[in-house]
Ligand binder design. Structure first.
Ligand code: GRF
Length: 192
């Protein structure tokens, strides 16, 4: 089974759904490590409760981005991690991680990319008054939400929807969608 690391900076509800999918067998993968750049993020509690090791690392404790990512890389290597899954990880990935994990880093973003990249995609979509928003799972490159798209799901904004109701719906769908897309990706990689 493929060994993965989940990168997160906040609540970690996507980590939780990925973990649950590995437990139920819907996602044939093993979470070897959680990487978190925020010492007060709730995902740390979640990882602990699931018995998954969590590497907590504040970028400000390192001299530069290279040193920060080199410390992460050392943890990934010792945990034999083969694939990186970003789930609410609020930092751009640099070449120290991109090179060794070329084509093996994915991210989930709450918009139909290339629309609304970056921070607060749902807020951006609301401000633009679009009627259809969605979710994208994509490979990670050096840009901000710019890598090749793997899969997307559209979500219609209904009359009476508020930012909060849409956000809740997006999260609910993400929790099904991300593990399913990951599983398909790993199955495809296995037959190659
Ligand atoms: C998700 O909406 C994801 O699409 C975005 O960040 C959010 C993370 O939520 N990249 P959570 O921390 O998994 O609850």
């Amino acid at each position: 089974m493929i060994n993965i690391a989940v990168f997160a900076s906040g609540n970690g509800s996507n980590f939780q759904s990925i973990y649950e999918a590995t437990q139920s067998g819907r996602l044939k993968a093993n979470i070897a490590l959680v990487v978190c750049n925020k010492p007060d993020a709730y995902v740390i509690e979640r990882a602990k409760a699931c018995g998954i090791p969590c590497f907590v690392c504040s970028p400000k404790n390192y001299e530069n981005k290279e040193a920060y990512e080199a410390a992460i890389l050392a943890e990934l290597t010792s945990a034999k991690v083969e694939f990186l899954v970003l789930a609410g990880y609020m930092r751009l990935v640099g070449s120290t991680l991109l090179k060794p994990y070329k084509n093996r880093i994915v991210n989930i973003h709450p918009s139909l990319l290339p629309a609304f990249p970056g921070i607060d995609a749902i807020g951006q979509a609301f401000d633009a008054e679009v009627k259809v928003i969605g979710i994208t799972v994509h490979f990670v490159d050096e840009g901000m939400d710019t890598g090749p798209i793997i899969d997307q799901q559209a979500i219609r904004i209904e009359k009476g929807d508020t930012r909060e109701t849409v956000e809740a719906r997006i999260h609910e769908i993400e929790h099904q969608f991300y593990p399913a897309v990951l599983n398909e990706l790993f199955e495809q990689a296995a037959v190659k």
